[in-house]
Design a protein around this ligand. Structure first.
Ligand code: ZN
Ligand code: ZN
Length: 419
């Protein structure tokens, strides 16, 4: 492989193609129909492409920082396999809406792996879990996360605290819509174990490596059908990564802005910029070095604001220590990975997304029963009768139109006999 010297914004994908000699672009047809869609897409339209039986698709649903940003959610990568299984790695703030924009039924997104419990890697998990029922998830959710330096810092305690913190949310939401998705299987594992297999189902093996990031953090490796996906979560380059992420097909590792840029762009003091950018996280040059040591088919860096000016700085730093295939991740970047090819594109997400339909028959609870259990006299005495009458007429008309017999709940109260 030769060093890629392209100096344009779109360098990342181009360089990956040039450096690896991969011919990933689809061939344009010589002629095509006037009425059928043009058959070649240079972008990925979610929900329109089948996965081959031996194909892996990875979608960046968050590539940014704890800093809120419309352009980039915090860390989150979705892995879809040709056997139908899907895995979410980290779920930072803002990533849930990226996932929703892909139009995948939530019942198919039932496995979440958290590398550590910082908000920029776990912050959207509570919303993903608790709003599952209103987004048609009827399937229990499964979560994997590290144990803690102290028991109260581990994933099991985190979930217990989360359930307590959102107890009212869970009770109220679960009492009006089908609550079956509000069940969580928690799998807490030993974060210190090297190459520790935490998942082994349907030919998919996921193992962890201790990460160097405030303790109790891990990196992940997913292997399936001879393909290898490595995801660092947050870490300094580690010996575990060096020894076990070697020869990955897709190697997604964190990488930070140069310290001077963190000072100018983020207002950090010099000591903060050096510590955060080189000691708690991987500098761009260090990213390049660990990629040189592990030689993935395609290296992907994430966890920095990827803009027209910052990307050049990060790219230049990486190229001081690494000359192999490289992508600078941004939200909705997509990789199709097979033994023969790795194709990088951008997804065109659905900005108008609605939840996909439920995958099975819904079983909503009895709303009249809830009435007696959930509401106080304060509420029951506050229902305004004339507005309630309008609503009751609306429900009556709905029943006539649809052949249903849905009863009003709260709006029936003003017209009930009061004993
Ligand atoms: Zn972190
Ligand atoms: Zn982070």
């Amino acid at each position: 492989m030769t060093a890629c010297k392209l100096s344009i914004i779109a360098m990342a994908s181009l360089c990956s193609i040039l450096a690896s000699g991969m011919a990933t672009a689809e061939k344009a047809p010589e002629e095509w129909s006037r009425t059928q869609p043009y058959p070649v897409h240079e972008v990925y339209y979610p929900g329109t492409e089948a996965l081959a039986a031996d194909e892996m698709r990875v979608i960046a649903c968050g590539t940014g920082m704890p800093t809120p940003r419309l352009k980039q959610a915090a860390g989150c990568f979705l892995v879809e396999l040709g056997n139908g299984e899907k895995f979410i790695f980290d779920m930072g703030e803002g990533s849930y809406e990226r996932i929703a924009a892909l139009g995948i039924p939530l019942d198919q997104l039932d496995k979440v792996f958290l590398g550590h419990l910082h908000l920029d890697h776990a912050g959207d998990f509570p919303a993903f879990y608790f709003t599952g029922p209103v987004n048609n998830r009827l399937q229990p959710l499964r979560l994997w996360g590290p144990n803690g330096m102290k028991p109260e810092w581990g994933t099991r305690a985190w979930v217990k605290n989360m359930e307590e913190m959102w107890a009212w949310e869970k009770a109220t939401r679960g009492s009006v819509v089908d609550p079956r998705g509000l069940t969580l299987e928690v799998n807490e594992f030993d974060w210190t174990a090297v190459n520790n297999i935490i998942f082994d189902e349907d030919g998919v093996v996921i193992s962890t490596l201790p990460a160097i990031h405030g303790e109790q953090s891990v990196s992940f490796i997913l292997e399936w059908k001879g393909l290898k996906f490595a995801f660092s979560s947050d870490t300094l380059p580690s010996t575990g990564w060096r020894d076990h992420a070697v020869d990955a097909d897709l190697s997604v590792h964190e990488c930070f802005l140069p310290p001077e840029m963190m000072m100018s762009k983020l207002g950090m003091a010099a000591s903060e910029a050096i510590f955060v950018g080189t000691q708690a996280h991987t500098s761009a040059q260090a990213f390049g070095k660990i990629m040189s040591l592990t030689r993935p088919r395609l290296a992907v860096c994430y966890h920095f604001q990827n803009d027209h000016d910052t990307s050049m700085a990060v790219y230049s730093e990486i190229r001081k220590t690494y000359d192999g295939p490289l992508d600078l991740a941004q939200d909705f970047m997509v990789w199709n990975v097979t033994k023969d090819d790795i194709r990088t594109r951008m997804a065109v997400p659905n900005h108008e997304s609605f939840p996909t339909p439920p995958q099975r028959q819904k079983q909503p609870p009895d709303s009249m029963k809830i009435l007696g259990e959930m509401f106080s006299d304060t509420t029951l005495n506050s229902v305004e009768p004339e507005s309630a009458a309008v609503t009751n007429a609306q429900i009556k008309a709905f029943n006539e139109r649809n052949g249903t017999d849905v009863k009003p709940g709260l709006t029936a109260v003003p017209f009930m006999d009061k004993k």
